[in-house]
Design a protein around this ligand. Structure first.
Ligand code: ADP
Ligand code: MG
Length: 391
């Protein structure tokens, strides 16, 4: 059976490993530490940094495909690996549009795909001029390296923009400015594509962010017209093909109040907006990603219930006194249908340490259950005041 190497030892690699097991495969991971979520479970761990070409080479030796759980590998290293015959999927010339937000905005504009107005920021004055033209508040973003809202700022005034831009540029962070979209909600269209060219989409989902970070995903997005859903899926399929993507790709979208879709960003790997499919779809994103990078036929992506809600378990400001084990006991006692996925990570404020999936018929009921379960796992507090030790 083939071996796939995944660069990065986070929860995405951990859950990809889980899918690999069912296919009779093993996932080799390049992890920074033996404690990383995927390194805890994979029998083939190469310890090292994704910025070290020697470590990347070591992880790639003998594997059938090399893929990623994050976007941070330097492009020149990936090109070196490709030149040495490593099967890098997605290929570096596609991955760049998930790594570099400026390259992505520029490319998508060229392709005629709607994106928010944007401009590169070379000096702080560029940001101020853009805000004065497009209105305040505006959005400043790190071109590379941001995630979970880290690397996104929304200055309200010229003075604020100037301070942020100057500070970040002084630290060597490349920036772009973009118009703040007055959005109705955020959607994600996920697709997987194989080298052969087969592609499959999952139902379009709604992603709910808190503090710039994904908190809840509703699959499928509710009250989304068939036309708009089809438009989003077609957009994802076309982008995957035109950019030469291989593997899973999430297209993060803004839906405006006038029913227009703008692309926010691309992720070319399993993505938080696809976690619902582990329990809620016939084929989840982790298995599909493996199938795609190995050029197997893709799996059926249809949903198993009218609605699935995924809620992230985020580290509380202070870890509760109750152990995770005891929290799990109580959760299972109260909500037996909650599907729990824990990542083996320490509890730190706002850190994604796991997620909950709940399937059902009615979105309000399912969402409440999923969010209540996730909040319980984070805080050891029931949102409705229920006391596990009371009567
Ligand atoms: N131009 C924008 N207008 C309005 N909200 C935005 C804009 N850009 C980003 N956001 C908000 O910030 C979140 C994080 O931004 P994003 O570019 O996706 O960064 P990250 O790489 O951290 O996910 C988005 O999901 C959205 O909620
Ligand atoms: Mg994002």
């Amino acid at each position: 059976m083939p071996t796939v190497t995944m660069v990065g030892g986070g929860q995405l690699a951990r859950m990809t490993h889980q899918a690999a097991i069912a296919l009779g495969q093993r996932l080799r991971v390049l992890a920074e530490s033996q404690d990383d979520p995927a390194a805890q479970v994979s029998p083939e761990v190469v310890l090292g940094s994704h910025t070290d070409l020697a470590a990347l080479r070591k992880a790639a030796v003998g594997s059938h495909a090399l893929t990623f759980d994050h976007e941070q590998v330097p492009t020149e290293h990936l090109e070196a690996l490709v030149a040495e015959g490593v099967n890098v999927q997605p290929p570096p010339q596609a991955l760049i549009y998930a790594q570099d937000k400026l390259a992505m905005r520029t490319k998508l504009s060229e392709l005629g795909v709607p994106v928010p107005a944007f401009v590169p920021v070379a000096v702080a004055a560029d940001a101020v001029r853009f805000g004065d033209e497009h209105g305040w508040p505006m959005v400043l973003k790190a071109v590379r390296g941001g995630y979970d809202g880290r690397g996104v700022w929304m200055p309200e005034t010229a003075a604020e923009a100037e301070t942020i831009a100057r500070d970040q540029l002084a630290h060597g962070v490349r920036l772009l400015a973009e118009a703040r979209v007055d959005l109705k909600r955020e959607l994600s269209a996920m697709v997987a594509r194989s080298p052969y060219g087969q592609a499959a989409t999952w139902p379009v989902v709604e992603t709910v962010q808190r503090n710039g970070q994904c908190a809840v995903v509703i699959a499928p997005a509710q009250e989304l017209s068939e036309d708009l859903a089809a438009e989003a899926e077609t957009l994802a399929l076309n982008l995957a093909e035109r950019l030469g993507v291989v593997g899973a790709m999430a297209v993060e979208l803004f839906e405006t109040h006038d029913g227009i879709l703008l692309v926010n960003e691309l992720a070319m790997r399993p993505h938080n907006s696809g976690h619902w499919g582990m329990d809620g779809a016939r084929t989840g994103q982790f298995e599909q990603h493996l199938r795609a990078v190995l050029d197997y036929p893709l799996g059926d992506t249809s949903a198993l219930a009218p609605v699935t809600v995924m809620a992230n378990i985020l580290g509380a400001p202070e870890a509760p006194a109750m152990s995770m084990d005891e929290r799990l006991h109580h959760l299972f006692a109260r909500i037996p249908d909650a599907k729990v996925h824990m990542y083996g990570k320490g509890e730190r404020k706002d850190r994604k340490i796991g997620h909950i999936n709940v399937l059902g018929d009615e979105v309000a009921v399912v969402r409440e259950k999923a969010e209540r379960a996730a909040h319980w796992m984070s805080h050891a507090v029931w949102t409705d005041g229920w006391d596990p030790h009371g009567e």
